[in-house]
Design a binder for this molecule. Structure first.
Ligand code: NAP
Length: 287
């Protein structure tokens, strides 16, 4: 596969340098800003060229640019028949790659923060990561093979669902910070702790919960009053938070987790029913 990268940001750096670590470096790097792209080009042993020049000798052209730049860039490039246009976005549908005749998506479910990682670190960042792949049968095959070479795992996507797919990914990443931020605020108000103190004290709980979920799954890792079937403690939480801005978030979180409490197999029917009644009986104004 002769792969050209267009864009020299974090995704391009990780993909390009990971492929270089495998001895399969991209054939070209196209960018609109030569100066900004120069460090990556140098690390890849390439010159910076224009997006049009990068496209010339490639079978696969990865538009590794921000979502809003994908459609205008794809529209401006002179695609050849059979050439595969790929973007790395989670939220943008493949229609954005028109007028390229062959379009595909390659979206690693990973956070790439380093603008210029070492090649081994770039490759390590793909290990065990799912990559959302969408395209025709040949494109899916080629991109799944690319994912596997990177040590990642293909996750086949269907068109038309990308906004929901990406919203879920966002919930699983920064979305996790919403309850953490709410917990810090509660402790600041209730205990007078400053943000750093509260976060330092809460961190082991958050890390422990994620580590347990990695090992035992979400239901198996559930803890607290829901997992113990302790309706009295949960009722005290809801009462204490009643007039606080965090009340809707807390209630919705407990409602979302309730099916996991059942799935965990640790509650008897009476305990589950009692939790269910408590959470269902909360007035709508609290949500
Ligand atoms: N970073 C991640 O963790 C991650 C993970 C999975 C998927 N992705 C996806 O990867 C894509 C790129 O994200 P990123 O994080 O790499 O972004 P980024 O670090 O902000 O880099 C974006 C790159 O696109 C270039 N660019 C923007 N508009 C352009 C245009 N019209 N023509 C040519 N180049 C243009 C920018 O160049 P300038 O210097 O000229 O602005 C920059 O090099 C996005 O679709 C994102 O959703 C990112």
């Amino acid at each position: 596969m002769r792969l050209a990268l267009v864009g020299a940001g974090r995704l391009a750096a990780h993909l390009g340098l990971a492929l270089q670590a495998l001895g399969q470096a991209p054939v070209a790097l196209g960018a609109r800003n030569r100066q900004a792209a120069a460090p990556l080009a140098q690390a890849l042993g390439l010159c910076v060229c224009t997006p049009e020049e990068a496209q010339l000798g490639a079978d696969v052209v990865m538009l590794a640019v921000r979502d809003e730049a994908i459609a205008p860039l794809a529209a401006a490039l002179p695609w050849r028949a059979g050439q595969l246009a790929v973007h790395a976005s989670g939220a943008t549908e493949l229609e954005a790659l028109a007028p390229a005749e062959r379009r595909a998506g390659f979206h690693p479910l990973q956070l790439f923060a380093d603008p210029l990682p070492r090649p081994e670190a770039a490759l390590a960042a793909f290990a065990g990561v799912r990559i959302g792949i969408e395209g025709d049968a040949n494109a899916t095959l080629a991109l799944s093979s690319l994912a596997t070479r990177l040590g990642a795992i293909p996750l086949l996507l269907v068109g038309g669902q990308r906004a929901r797919y990406h919203a879920a990914a966002n919930l699983a990443a920064s979305g996790l910070f919403a309850p953490l931020q709410a917990a810090v605020t509660l402790w600041r108000e209730a205990l007078g702790l400053d943000e750093a103190q509260a976060w330092a004290a809460l961190q082991p709980l958050a890390k422990g919960a994620l580590a347990a979920a990695s090992e035992r799954g979400l239901a198996g890792a559930l803890s607290g009053p829901l997992a113990r079937g302790d309706t009295a403690v949960l009722a005290r939480h809801l009462e204490a938070l009643k007039d606080r801005p965090v009340a809707p978030l807390y209630l919705e979180a407990m409602r979302t987790l309730l099916p996991l409490a059942r799935e965990s197999g640790r509650l008897d029917a009476e305990q589950w029913e009692s939790l269910f009644q408590l959470l269902s009986s909360q007035p709508a104004k609290d949500v």
